[in-house]
Design a protein around this ligand. Structure first.
Ligand code: ADP
Ligand code: MG
Ligand code: MG
Length: 247
């Protein structure tokens, strides 16, 4: 589904990713762990096509397409979803408006008919129910006045509605208390743990991985993957720290 080979990327002329190679198959959940400043968010932004993140070498194939040649909206239409550490607030635009437009623009890009207001609300209500979110919250402006936990819950509702093939979730666990962590973990499993989907879970801490069990764990350090293993590697990292392993 995703094949990253020898990826090099820089921000403001500063090399950050320095030869990153990673392959993700359908049905797999991969965790990327690593110290602050390792390049984890840079990887997520580069795959999402964020302006200012310049690829200087390597290749990325997404389901048979050259991802690096695609515009950000084309990447989304092809089934790529990015979840952020700090979800943005959008005053004046309701979640319902925002999500219906996001979903329908992707459907148009794929040559599918857009959903009517009523059809969309049915989909939205099912996803809100599954995340234990009140529909009233979906009618409020995007993330405005939401607590950290509510923003992450909202992000899972977004992901459920968009129904991506590949989700890249950047520190989606940051700032969550233990109950919110469980709810978000269950959301990721429910939406993404299927044979035709995959997840790249970027996290600094092991605790999210108690809820979302990764098939593979990778350690990113100074812009490269320096170690890969199974889920036991996350526990080892928690015990030993990054310093010992990345050396
Ligand atoms: P992580 O998510 O692993 O903590 P980041 O990808 O955020 O790491 O950052 C990797 C490196 O890139 C850090 O050294 C950081 O200071 C640098 N960096 C990130 N964003 C910028 C930017 N906009 N301009 C310059 N340097 C940046
Ligand atoms: Mg960081
Ligand atoms: Mg980061």
């Amino acid at each position: 589904m995703l094949k990253i080979e020898n990826l090099h990327a820089e921000v403001d002329g500063k090399p950050i990713l320095k030869g990153l190679t990673l392959a993700i198959n359908p049905g797999e959940i991969h965790a990327i762990m690593g110290p602050n400043g390792a390049g984890k968010s840079t990887l997520a932004y580069t795959l999402g096509g964020r302006p200012g993140y310049d690829v200087t070498g390597g290749s990325v194939d997404f389901a048979g397409q050259d991802l690096l040649e695609m515009e950000p909206h084309e990447r989304a239409a092809a089934g790529l979803f990015l979840g952020f550490q700090y979800p943005v607030e959008i005053p004046g635009v309701s979640n319902v408006q925002f999500l219906r437009e996001a979903l329908n623009s992707q459907r148009r890009n794929r040559g599918e008919a857009p959903l009517s207001g009523g059809e969309f609300l049915k989909v939205a209500r099912a996803q809100a129910d599954a995340m234990g979110m009140d529909m009233d919250m979906l009618k409020r402006p995007v993330n405005v006045g939401f607590s950290g936990g509510e923003k992450k819950r909202n992000e899972m509702v977004q992901m459920g509605i968009i129904d991506p093939r590949l989700a890249i979730l950047d520190e989606t666990d940051s700032g969550l208390d233990i109950d919110a962590l469980r709810v978000v973990g269950e959301g990721i499993n429910r939406i993404m743990r299927t044979p035709d989907k995959a997840v790249l879970l970027i996290t600094h801490y092991q605790r999210l991985l108690d809820y979302v069990q990764p098939d593979f764990v990778h350690v990113l350090s100074a812009g490269r993957i320096v170690r890969s293993g199974g889920k036991e590697l996350a526990l080892e990292l928690e015990r030993e720290g990054y310093g010992a392993l990345a050396a």
